[in-house]
Design a protein around this ligand. Structure first.
Ligand code: AMP
Ligand code: FE
Ligand code: FE
Ligand code: ZN
Length: 294
């Protein structure tokens, strides 16, 4: 499995988690409880294109004595590659971040309407409203469309919905709005956060990593449920070479795709300590800059 060997630092973190504020199925409170059962000492919430769940997750973690890191997973692109950028230690009240999130959410909702219209053209009577009711969040996506199709009896399973209609190249596929990776990293930095490339092993293009590192990337998600041990080792070497922080997480979506993945990747606390040191350095640098500028 791809869980790293424990080190002398105590505790384990999961730095990649979703709730029902995007396409996960757990509430923040349920997720925190699951984290406690997995004996996690720290958790980051990284819902797709939103930070809305962070306040509740922070409160739930505080009650359970779990350290919480507010985050998000931003959908971005770099030279025609879709890349997901994890932002950590975000100021969840940052106006620029909230404005971008609003835009993400508006286009996600429009995209659901477009997918429903395409399905309707195929004589599949899915109403966008049924998707919105089921999703009950501002960041709806294809998993919600698939769940609504199953709920309305229009499909047997989520897999069938994706395979027949929603996958790229299938008749109801609609491309997703992405911001440029450069803008995403800038936004994360402006909101006081660190930018980490999510699941590089799923991107099928390692060439972008050194380029993103030059453009301001802070870290690499070396440990991920879908990385083999070999892949994790490769990304660890790459992170060392490029002086990127190392992170890891399960990418748990609750019961939406698999059984809950939380606990499948446990990042030794030493990596989180290093990430925090990097955040502190960046904060000191920003404060120094604003002092010089007056
Ligand atoms: P979206 O952000 O709306 O494009 O949806 C992306 C989400 O759909 C991610 O969480 C994916 O893991 C999930 N997804 C992609 N393909 C499938 C599939 N074949 N079955 C179930 N979920 C999928
Ligand atoms: Fe997802
Ligand atoms: Fe992702
Ligand atoms: Zn994710």
């Amino acid at each position: 499995m791809n869980t790293p060997a424990p080190t002398s630092a105590t505790g384990f973190a999961d730095l990649h988690l979703h709730t029902l504020f995007s396409d996960g199925t757990f509430t923040p409170e349920e997720l925190a409880q699951r984290g406690q059962l997995c004996e996690l000492s720290a958790m980051a919430l990284t819902d797709h294109d939103t930070v809305e769940g962070c306040a509740r997750m922070a409160a739930a973690c505080a009650l359970l004595g779990i350290e919480f890191i507010p985050g998000a997973e931003l959908t971005a692109e770099y030279r025609d590659n879709e890349v997901h950028l994890l932002g950590y230690f975000l100021d969840t009240a940052h106006p620029g971040l909230l404005a971008e999130i609003k835009k993400f959410q508006n286009v996600r909702q429009d995209r659901v309407r477009e997918m429903a219209a395409k399905l309707n053209e195929l004589n599949i009577p899915l109403r966008a409203e049924a998707v919105f009711e089921l999703a009950n969040c501002r960041s709806p996506g294809r998993p919600h469309v698939a769940r609504a199709m199953v709920q309305e009896g229009l499909c047997e399973s989520l897999e069938e919905a994706f395979e027949r209609y929603l996958k790229k190249g299938r008749p109801a596929w609609v491309p997703k709005y992405k911001i440029s990776a450069l803008d995403a990293m800038e936004l994360i930095h402006e909101a006081g956060g660190l930018a980490v490339l999510a699941h590089p092993g799923l991107n099928r293009n390692d060439d972008v990593i050194p380029e993103l590192a030059r453009l301001g990337l802070d870290g690499l998600e070396c440990f991920h449920t879908r990385h083999s041990s070999e892949a994790s080792e490769r990304y660890l070497r790459m992170a060392a070479r490029l002086k990127l922080a190392v992170t890891g997480g399960s990418d748990c979506h609750g019961f939406s795709k698999h059984k809950p993945l939380i606990g499948s990747v446990k990042l030794p606390a030493i990596y989180l300590e290093k990430l925090k040191e990097l955040r502190d350095q960046a904060t000191r640098r920003d404060e120094g800059e604003s002092y010089v500028e007056g």
